[in-house]
Design a protein around this ligand. Structure first.
Ligand code: NIG
Ligand code: FE
Length: 394
Protein backbone atom coordinates (compact mmCIF):
# COMPACT_ATOMS: atom_id res chain seq x y z
CA UNK A 1 0.00 0.00 0.00
CA UNK A 2 1.46 3.38 -0.99
CA UNK A 3 1.40 6.37 1.30
CA UNK A 4 2.31 9.95 0.51
CA UNK A 5 3.93 12.19 3.12
CA UNK A 6 3.97 15.93 2.70
CA UNK A 7 3.96 18.62 1.67
CA UNK A 8 7.32 19.43 3.26
CA UNK A 9 8.58 23.02 3.09
CA UNK A 10 12.01 21.47 2.41
CA UNK A 11 13.35 17.95 2.00
CA UNK A 12 17.07 17.61 2.67
CA UNK A 13 17.94 14.42 0.86
CA UNK A 14 21.71 14.28 1.59
CA UNK A 15 22.27 13.27 -2.03
CA UNK A 16 23.62 15.13 -5.08
CA UNK A 17 20.33 17.01 -5.47
CA UNK A 18 20.21 18.11 -1.88
CA UNK A 19 17.17 20.35 -1.32
CA UNK A 20 13.66 19.96 -2.65
CA UNK A 21 11.07 22.64 -1.84
CA UNK A 22 7.37 21.73 -1.39
CA UNK A 23 8.23 18.09 -1.85
CA UNK A 24 6.49 14.87 -1.06
CA UNK A 25 7.78 11.40 -0.26
CA UNK A 26 5.91 8.39 -1.52
CA UNK A 27 6.36 5.30 0.61
CA UNK A 28 5.80 1.65 -0.10
CA UNK A 29 6.30 -1.06 2.53
CA UNK A 30 8.30 1.24 4.79
CA UNK A 31 10.65 2.26 2.00
CA UNK A 32 10.97 5.33 -0.18
CA UNK A 33 9.29 4.81 -3.57
CA UNK A 34 9.56 8.36 -4.95
CA UNK A 35 10.62 11.84 -3.94
CA UNK A 36 9.13 14.63 -6.06
CA UNK A 37 7.09 17.83 -5.84
CA UNK A 38 4.11 17.05 -3.61
CA UNK A 39 1.56 18.02 -6.24
CA UNK A 40 3.07 15.57 -8.75
CA UNK A 41 2.69 12.68 -6.34
CA UNK A 42 -0.74 13.51 -5.00
CA UNK A 43 -2.68 11.36 -7.49
CA UNK A 44 -0.40 8.36 -7.17
CA UNK A 45 -0.93 7.66 -3.49
CA UNK A 46 -3.56 5.38 -2.01
CA UNK A 47 -3.26 7.30 1.25
CA UNK A 48 -1.97 10.78 2.14
CA UNK A 49 -0.47 11.71 5.49
CA UNK A 50 -0.54 15.48 5.56
CA UNK A 51 2.37 17.18 7.30
CA UNK A 52 1.59 20.42 9.10
CA UNK A 53 3.55 23.44 7.82
CA UNK A 54 6.24 24.51 8.29
CA UNK A 55 8.29 21.32 8.06
CA UNK A 56 11.79 20.29 7.07
CA UNK A 57 12.40 16.60 6.46
CA UNK A 58 15.81 14.90 6.72
CA UNK A 59 17.03 11.32 6.88
CA UNK A 60 16.59 9.99 10.42
CA UNK A 61 19.76 10.59 12.42
CA UNK A 62 22.18 7.72 12.97
CA UNK A 63 24.08 7.58 16.25
CA UNK A 64 26.96 5.27 15.32
CA UNK A 65 28.67 5.02 18.75
CA UNK A 66 26.90 4.63 22.11
CA UNK A 67 27.13 2.69 25.34
CA UNK A 68 23.48 2.99 26.41
CA UNK A 69 23.09 -0.48 27.91
CA UNK A 70 24.32 -0.15 31.49
CA UNK A 71 23.39 -0.28 35.14
CA UNK A 72 23.84 2.37 37.83
CA UNK A 73 24.95 5.97 37.59
CA UNK A 74 28.27 7.81 37.64
CA UNK A 75 27.06 11.04 39.18
CA UNK A 76 29.77 10.70 41.85
CA UNK A 77 32.43 10.61 39.13
CA UNK A 78 30.90 13.78 37.74
CA UNK A 79 31.27 15.55 41.10
CA UNK A 80 34.94 14.57 41.15
CA UNK A 81 35.36 15.89 37.62
CA UNK A 82 33.83 19.20 38.73
CA UNK A 83 36.58 19.35 41.36
CA UNK A 84 39.24 18.87 38.69
CA UNK A 85 39.99 15.16 39.11
CA UNK A 86 40.78 13.59 35.72
CA UNK A 87 38.90 10.70 34.09
CA UNK A 88 42.01 8.50 34.39
CA UNK A 89 42.53 9.43 38.05
CA UNK A 90 38.86 8.66 38.82
CA UNK A 91 39.34 5.24 37.22
CA UNK A 92 42.39 4.58 39.42
CA UNK A 93 40.35 5.48 42.52
CA UNK A 94 37.81 2.77 41.68
CA UNK A 95 35.32 4.92 39.76
CA UNK A 96 35.19 5.01 35.99
CA UNK A 97 34.30 2.13 33.70
CA UNK A 98 34.82 -0.52 36.41
CA UNK A 99 32.20 1.16 38.59
CA UNK A 100 29.64 0.73 35.82
CA UNK A 101 30.88 -2.84 35.31
CA UNK A 102 29.97 -3.65 38.92
CA UNK A 103 26.52 -2.07 38.59
CA UNK A 104 25.87 -3.77 35.25
CA UNK A 105 26.88 -7.20 36.51
CA UNK A 106 24.56 -6.71 39.47
CA UNK A 107 21.60 -5.51 37.38
CA UNK A 108 18.97 -7.99 36.29
CA UNK A 109 18.26 -8.42 32.58
CA UNK A 110 14.93 -6.73 33.14
CA UNK A 111 16.55 -3.68 34.72
CA UNK A 112 19.13 -3.42 31.95
CA UNK A 113 16.45 -3.77 29.29
CA UNK A 114 14.25 -1.11 30.90
CA UNK A 115 17.14 1.38 31.04
CA UNK A 116 18.13 0.67 27.46
CA UNK A 117 14.58 0.98 26.17
CA UNK A 118 14.04 4.27 28.01
CA UNK A 119 17.18 5.72 26.39
CA UNK A 120 16.09 4.43 22.98
CA UNK A 121 12.78 6.28 23.21
CA UNK A 122 14.62 9.48 24.21
CA UNK A 123 16.85 9.05 21.17
CA UNK A 124 13.85 8.57 18.90
CA UNK A 125 12.30 11.80 20.18
CA UNK A 126 15.57 13.53 19.31
CA UNK A 127 15.43 12.27 15.74
CA UNK A 128 17.63 9.17 15.94
CA UNK A 129 16.24 6.22 13.97
CA UNK A 130 19.33 3.95 14.04
CA UNK A 131 21.65 3.56 16.98
CA UNK A 132 24.74 1.49 17.66
CA UNK A 133 24.94 -0.01 21.18
CA UNK A 134 28.06 -1.52 22.69
CA UNK A 135 28.49 -4.15 25.35
CA UNK A 136 31.58 -3.59 27.48
CA UNK A 137 30.29 -3.30 31.02
CA UNK A 138 30.23 -7.05 31.64
CA UNK A 139 33.85 -8.10 31.07
CA UNK A 140 33.24 -11.79 31.70
CA UNK A 141 31.93 -14.23 29.12
CA UNK A 142 28.58 -14.51 30.94
CA UNK A 143 28.14 -10.80 31.58
CA UNK A 144 29.11 -9.75 28.07
CA UNK A 145 26.64 -12.28 26.68
CA UNK A 146 24.02 -10.97 29.09
CA UNK A 147 24.51 -7.48 27.64
CA UNK A 148 24.40 -8.70 24.03
CA UNK A 149 21.22 -10.65 24.75
CA UNK A 150 19.59 -7.65 26.38
CA UNK A 151 20.46 -5.51 23.34
CA UNK A 152 19.07 -8.28 21.13
CA UNK A 153 15.83 -8.27 23.09
CA UNK A 154 15.58 -4.50 22.84
CA UNK A 155 15.83 -4.78 19.05
CA UNK A 156 12.37 -6.31 19.00
CA UNK A 157 10.77 -3.86 21.43
CA UNK A 158 11.94 -0.39 20.40
CA UNK A 159 11.07 1.40 17.17
CA UNK A 160 14.63 2.33 16.19
CA UNK A 161 17.15 -0.06 14.64
CA UNK A 162 19.87 -1.14 17.05
CA UNK A 163 23.28 -2.32 15.83
CA UNK A 164 25.21 -4.12 18.55
CA UNK A 165 28.97 -4.20 19.04
CA UNK A 166 31.04 -6.39 21.34
CA UNK A 167 33.25 -4.15 23.48
CA UNK A 168 34.45 -6.84 25.89
CA UNK A 169 37.88 -5.23 25.36
CA UNK A 170 36.77 -2.03 27.10
CA UNK A 171 39.17 -2.21 30.02
CA UNK A 172 41.00 -4.81 32.10
CA UNK A 173 38.61 -6.26 34.70
CA UNK A 174 39.74 -6.64 38.32
CA UNK A 175 39.99 -10.42 37.93
CA UNK A 176 42.95 -10.00 35.54
CA UNK A 177 46.33 -8.40 36.08
CA UNK A 178 47.35 -7.82 32.50
CA UNK A 179 45.72 -6.78 29.25
CA UNK A 180 47.07 -9.60 27.14
CA UNK A 181 45.86 -12.44 29.39
CA UNK A 182 42.38 -10.89 29.48
CA UNK A 183 42.33 -10.45 25.69
CA UNK A 184 43.44 -14.07 25.27
CA UNK A 185 40.56 -15.14 27.52
CA UNK A 186 37.88 -13.24 25.60
CA UNK A 187 39.47 -14.15 22.26
CA UNK A 188 39.26 -17.80 23.17
CA UNK A 189 36.06 -17.98 25.22
CA UNK A 190 33.84 -15.15 24.01
CA UNK A 191 34.45 -14.33 20.34
CA UNK A 192 33.48 -17.84 19.12
CA UNK A 193 30.11 -17.52 20.90
CA UNK A 194 28.77 -14.12 19.88
CA UNK A 195 28.36 -14.23 16.13
CA UNK A 196 24.62 -14.72 16.42
CA UNK A 197 24.22 -11.32 18.08
CA UNK A 198 26.85 -9.11 16.53
CA UNK A 199 29.16 -8.67 13.57
CA UNK A 200 31.27 -5.98 15.22
CA UNK A 201 34.18 -5.99 17.66
CA UNK A 202 35.56 -2.87 19.36
CA UNK A 203 38.54 -2.23 21.66
CA UNK A 204 39.72 0.71 23.79
CA UNK A 205 43.36 1.42 22.91
CA UNK A 206 44.77 3.63 25.66
CA UNK A 207 47.36 3.71 28.42
CA UNK A 208 45.02 2.44 31.15
CA UNK A 209 43.28 -0.03 28.86
CA UNK A 210 45.00 -1.97 26.02
CA UNK A 211 48.29 -1.25 24.26
CA UNK A 212 48.56 -1.09 20.49
CA UNK A 213 50.44 -4.39 20.42
CA UNK A 214 47.81 -6.18 22.52
CA UNK A 215 45.03 -4.64 20.49
CA UNK A 216 46.58 -5.59 17.13
CA UNK A 217 46.64 -9.31 17.95
CA UNK A 218 43.10 -9.25 19.30
CA UNK A 219 41.72 -7.28 16.35
CA UNK A 220 43.41 -9.52 13.79
CA UNK A 221 41.99 -12.54 15.56
CA UNK A 222 38.51 -10.99 15.45
CA UNK A 223 39.00 -10.11 11.78
CA UNK A 224 39.90 -13.71 11.01
CA UNK A 225 36.61 -14.73 12.55
CA UNK A 226 34.84 -12.37 10.18
CA UNK A 227 34.03 -9.49 12.53
CA UNK A 228 34.07 -5.87 11.41
CA UNK A 229 36.49 -3.91 13.57
CA UNK A 230 36.10 -0.65 15.47
CA UNK A 231 38.67 1.10 17.66
CA UNK A 232 38.31 3.57 20.52
CA UNK A 233 41.52 5.41 19.78
CA UNK A 234 43.50 8.59 20.43
CA UNK A 235 41.21 9.78 23.21
CA UNK A 236 44.05 10.73 25.57
CA UNK A 237 47.16 9.61 23.67
CA UNK A 238 47.77 8.80 20.02
CA UNK A 239 48.33 5.42 18.34
CA UNK A 240 44.91 3.77 18.29
CA UNK A 241 43.64 5.54 15.19
CA UNK A 242 46.71 4.54 13.18
CA UNK A 243 46.24 0.96 14.31
CA UNK A 244 42.59 1.11 13.24
CA UNK A 245 43.61 2.13 9.72
CA UNK A 246 46.37 -0.48 9.64
CA UNK A 247 44.05 -3.39 10.47
CA UNK A 248 41.30 -2.13 8.16
CA UNK A 249 38.83 -1.14 10.88
CA UNK A 250 35.49 0.26 9.77
CA UNK A 251 35.93 3.27 12.02
CA UNK A 252 38.35 4.93 14.41
CA UNK A 253 36.43 6.66 17.16
CA UNK A 254 37.29 9.55 19.57
CA UNK A 255 40.47 11.05 17.98
CA UNK A 256 40.82 13.96 20.42
CA UNK A 257 44.61 13.43 20.36
CA UNK A 258 45.18 12.30 16.78
CA UNK A 259 48.43 13.66 15.33
CA UNK A 260 48.74 15.39 11.94
CA UNK A 261 50.73 12.41 10.62
CA UNK A 262 48.04 9.98 11.70
CA UNK A 263 45.35 12.11 10.08
CA UNK A 264 47.33 11.81 6.83
CA UNK A 265 47.65 8.05 7.40
CA UNK A 266 43.92 7.71 8.05
CA UNK A 267 43.18 9.70 4.89
CA UNK A 268 44.88 6.99 2.82
CA UNK A 269 42.75 4.26 4.36
CA UNK A 270 39.06 3.35 4.20
CA UNK A 271 38.65 3.76 7.98
CA UNK A 272 36.03 6.36 8.88
CA UNK A 273 36.82 8.90 11.59
CA UNK A 274 34.05 9.15 14.19
CA UNK A 275 34.36 12.05 16.60
CA UNK A 276 32.50 12.16 19.90
CA UNK A 277 31.87 15.72 21.07
CA UNK A 278 29.72 14.38 23.92
CA UNK A 279 32.83 12.88 25.53
CA UNK A 280 34.63 16.23 25.34
CA UNK A 281 31.61 17.99 26.84
CA UNK A 282 31.18 15.33 29.52
CA UNK A 283 34.83 15.50 30.55
CA UNK A 284 35.32 19.23 30.04
CA UNK A 285 38.11 18.64 27.51
CA UNK A 286 38.85 19.96 23.99
CA UNK A 287 37.06 18.56 20.94
CA UNK A 288 38.69 16.27 18.38
CA UNK A 289 40.19 18.18 15.41
CA UNK A 290 37.16 17.68 13.18
CA UNK A 291 38.12 20.55 10.84
CA UNK A 292 41.54 19.02 10.16
CA UNK A 293 39.96 15.62 9.49
CA UNK A 294 37.60 17.16 6.92
CA UNK A 295 40.42 19.19 5.38
CA UNK A 296 42.31 15.92 4.85
CA UNK A 297 39.35 14.74 2.77
CA UNK A 298 38.03 12.31 5.38
CA UNK A 299 34.28 11.52 5.61
CA UNK A 300 33.77 12.71 9.17
CA UNK A 301 31.03 11.07 11.23
CA UNK A 302 29.80 12.39 14.59
CA UNK A 303 28.28 10.24 17.35
CA UNK A 304 27.11 10.88 20.90
CA UNK A 305 29.16 8.22 22.75
CA UNK A 306 26.25 8.29 25.21
CA UNK A 307 27.52 6.49 28.32
CA UNK A 308 27.18 6.99 32.07
CA UNK A 309 30.78 8.16 32.54
CA UNK A 310 32.44 10.32 29.93
CA UNK A 311 29.33 11.32 27.96
CA UNK A 312 26.16 11.43 30.03
CA UNK A 313 24.24 13.93 27.83
CA UNK A 314 23.26 11.70 24.93
CA UNK A 315 22.00 14.45 22.65
CA UNK A 316 23.52 13.94 19.21
CA UNK A 317 22.08 17.00 17.46
CA UNK A 318 23.08 19.43 20.22
CA UNK A 319 26.57 17.96 20.33
CA UNK A 320 27.00 18.05 16.55
CA UNK A 321 25.87 21.69 16.50
CA UNK A 322 28.30 22.65 19.29
CA UNK A 323 31.18 20.82 17.64
CA UNK A 324 30.36 22.53 14.33
CA UNK A 325 30.50 26.06 15.70
CA UNK A 326 33.76 25.37 17.56
CA UNK A 327 35.45 23.48 14.73
CA UNK A 328 33.98 25.51 11.84
CA UNK A 329 32.12 22.72 10.09
CA UNK A 330 29.60 23.57 7.37
CA UNK A 331 25.96 22.70 7.90
CA UNK A 332 26.03 20.10 5.10
CA UNK A 333 29.11 18.39 6.55
CA UNK A 334 27.46 18.41 9.99
CA UNK A 335 24.24 16.84 8.73
CA UNK A 336 26.25 14.33 6.67
CA UNK A 337 28.19 13.38 9.81
CA UNK A 338 25.02 12.26 11.59
CA UNK A 339 23.27 10.73 8.57
CA UNK A 340 25.00 9.32 5.46
CA UNK A 341 28.53 9.21 6.86
CA UNK A 342 27.35 7.65 10.11
CA UNK A 343 25.58 5.02 7.99
CA UNK A 344 28.90 4.32 6.29
CA UNK A 345 30.59 3.90 9.65
CA UNK A 346 28.02 1.20 10.43
CA UNK A 347 28.26 -0.31 6.91
CA UNK A 348 24.55 0.31 6.34
CA UNK A 349 23.63 0.76 2.72
CA UNK A 350 19.90 1.27 2.99
CA UNK A 351 19.69 4.50 4.98
CA UNK A 352 21.41 7.79 5.82
CA UNK A 353 20.08 9.65 2.80
CA UNK A 354 16.70 9.92 1.12
CA UNK A 355 16.75 7.83 -2.05
CA UNK A 356 14.38 5.47 -3.82
CA UNK A 357 14.61 2.04 -2.22
CA UNK A 358 16.06 3.34 1.04
CA UNK A 359 14.24 2.95 4.35
CA UNK A 360 11.61 5.56 5.11
CA UNK A 361 13.50 6.66 8.23
CA UNK A 362 12.80 10.38 8.49
CA UNK A 363 13.01 13.20 10.97
CA UNK A 364 10.80 16.29 10.63
CA UNK A 365 11.48 19.70 12.21
CA UNK A 366 8.88 22.47 12.59
CA UNK A 367 10.63 25.12 10.46
CA UNK A 368 10.71 26.10 6.80
CA UNK A 369 14.48 26.68 6.78
CA UNK A 370 16.76 23.71 7.39
CA UNK A 371 19.55 26.04 8.52
CA UNK A 372 17.60 26.83 11.68
CA UNK A 373 18.05 23.27 12.92
CA UNK A 374 21.77 23.76 13.61
CA UNK A 375 21.39 27.50 14.27
CA UNK A 376 19.27 26.71 17.33
CA UNK A 377 22.01 24.31 18.48
CA UNK A 378 19.71 21.45 19.28
CA UNK A 379 16.92 23.34 21.01
CA UNK A 380 14.66 23.07 17.95
CA UNK A 381 13.32 19.55 18.46
CA UNK A 382 11.75 17.21 15.91
CA UNK A 383 7.97 17.46 15.66
CA UNK A 384 7.78 13.92 14.31
CA UNK A 385 9.89 10.98 13.29
CA UNK A 386 9.11 8.17 10.84
CA UNK A 387 10.71 4.77 11.30
CA UNK A 388 10.19 2.48 8.30
CA UNK A 389 7.29 4.75 7.42
CA UNK A 390 5.56 4.54 10.81
CA UNK A 391 4.88 7.92 12.36
CA UNK A 392 5.81 8.98 15.91
CA UNK A 393 4.61 12.44 16.94
CA UNK A 394 6.27 14.48 19.70
O1 NIG B 1 33.98 6.08 24.71
N1 NIG B 1 36.79 5.67 26.37
C1 NIG B 1 36.30 4.62 26.72
N2 NIG B 1 35.03 4.28 26.79
C2 NIG B 1 33.91 5.16 26.84
C3 NIG B 1 33.61 5.60 28.22
C4 NIG B 1 32.87 4.63 28.95
C5 NIG B 1 32.66 5.02 30.39
O2 NIG B 1 33.31 5.95 30.89
O3 NIG B 1 31.83 4.35 31.00
C6 NIG B 1 34.06 6.32 25.90
O4 NIG B 1 34.26 7.48 26.30
FE1 FE C 1 32.81 5.10 23.53
Amino acid sequence: MSKLLGPFSQILTMTDSPILEDGGILLEDGKIARIAPFKDLYDQAEEVEEIEAPSVCLPGFIDCHTHICYGGSRVNDYLLKLRGVSYQEIAKQGGGILHTVQATRKASRKELLEGLRKRCFLLLARGVTTCEVKSGYGLTVEDEIKMLEVIEEAKTSVPLSLISTCLAAHTIPQEFTGGSSYLQYIGRELLPKIQKWTTRVDIFVEKNAFSEGEARDYLLQAKKRGFDLVVHGDQFSSGGAKLAAEVGALSADHLEHISKEDIAFLAKSKTIPVVLPGASLGLGLPFAPARLLLDAGLPLAIASDWNPGSAPMGDLLTQAALLAIHEKISMMDTFAAITCRAAKALKLEDRGSLKVGYLADLVVFPTNDYREILYYQGSLRPSQVFKRGKRYVF
